[in-house]
Design a protein around this ligand. Structure first.
Ligand code: GLU
Length: 323
């Protein structure tokens, strides 16, 4: 048994820090500037206790992780039935940026692939573009307890090179699946992907979901309680790109990753995990972040369907003061 939970995190940070597999994303030119040795792990329990090691204050762009939380806001703005009529919740074996819609309903498969995410962003209310962005930033602030900036070079980099996302959007417009303010929505989507977060923010966002939608430190409700299970269900089935099934099988936690190198993972009613390490595996998930979640799930029995006896007693370790 490790001496404390912090000691446990320091150990896995040291051992996984030596893992040099994976490649930093470069399809958005600005992302290629990230260093491959940046590595942070933050864990926040539903009582607000925070444990962290490494680069937990270093800002990076949230990228696809935003999709799960914007989906929650769309559910609040439009209600479940309307959102479901525009975006399905079916896992797909296609790439995250595939140009594919359902042949019968024309819906994108789920809110975590780019087509579904752009259709979801289209549903965000606001009187104009600035107001929609403001509402989105306020939503993230409720989850993290702090305000967020946008990395403008990343936003502009995506806006100028995101031809594929533009193509997907116009296909959806052709089928009437998105409104005709599509350029405004695309800007909003590129901005949401360029929001700056830290590993600690990702842990707090996950801890908020783990805590039924209420930020465990500020006490602020971030998401209407009726939608907490919806957001986590799509994270569980589709959050980790084309590795989602294996992730559910091995790690068993609702999670979402992004090409910026972040992962947010929820252990319901227990804790939130946030990791940051830019090198990605072939499926697009952070190599070290995946390993961190696998270790935590295995060692503490966090898999949502876990029935066995965990290796370590989490409740006891969380209460043990750091030496
Ligand atoms: N902004 C990215 C895109 O639309 C998100 C990619 C990701 O993190 O999966 O391509």
């Amino acid at each position: 048994m490790p001496a404390s939970f912090s000691a446990y995190l320091r150990d896995i940070h040291t051992s996984l820090g030596g893992l040099n597999d994976g490649v930093v994303a470069n399809y958005i030119p600005e992302l290629a500037l990230a260093r491959s040795d940046w590595f942070g792990i933050s864990v926040i329990a539903t009582n607000g206790k925070t444990f962290e090691v490494g680069d937990c204050d270093r800002p990076f762009t949230i990228q696809s992780i935003s999709k799960a939380f914007v989906y929650g806001l769309a559910l609040e703005d439009r209600g479940r039935d309307y959102v479901n009529s525009k975006v399905s919740v079916e896992p797909t074996g296609e790439a995250f940026n595939a140009i594919v819609l359902d042949e019968v309903t024309n819906r994108p498969s789920n809110p975590m692939v780019n087509s579904g995410a752009i259709a979801t962003t289209d549903l965000i209310d606001g009187k104009d573009a600035a107001d929609r962005l403001k509402r989105m930033l306020e939503m993230f602030e409720r989850y993290t307890g702090r305000s967020h900036d946008i990395n403008v070079p990343v936003f502009l980099s995506e806006k100028t090179t995101g031809h594929r996302n533009r193509a997907i959007s116009h296909l959806m417009l052709n089928f009437g699946m998105v409104s005709d303010r599509i350029e405004e929505t695309l800007d909003l989507y590129f901005q949401q992907c360029a929001i700056l977060v830290t590993a600690r923010d990702l842990a707090m966002m996950a801890a908020t979901l783990a805590n039924g939608g209420v930020n465990p430190v500020t006490g602020v409700r971030a998401l209407d309680s009726q939608y907490v299970k919806d957001v986590q269900s799509v994270m569980f089935t589709t959050g980790m790109y084309d590795y989602s099934g294996e992730w559910a099988y091995r790690i068993g936690l609702p999670a979402k990753s992004g090409v910026g190198g972040g992962i947010t993972a929820v252990a319901p009613n227990c804790l939130g995990i946030g990791t940051f390490s830019p090198p990605l595996d072939a499926k697009g998930n952070s190599v070290r972040g995946t390993q961190v979640c696998e270790a935590l799930s295995r060692d503490f029995g966090l898999h949502v369907f876990s029935a066995g006896r965990p290796r370590y007693d989490l409740a006891r370790l969380l209460e043990t003061p750091d030496e």
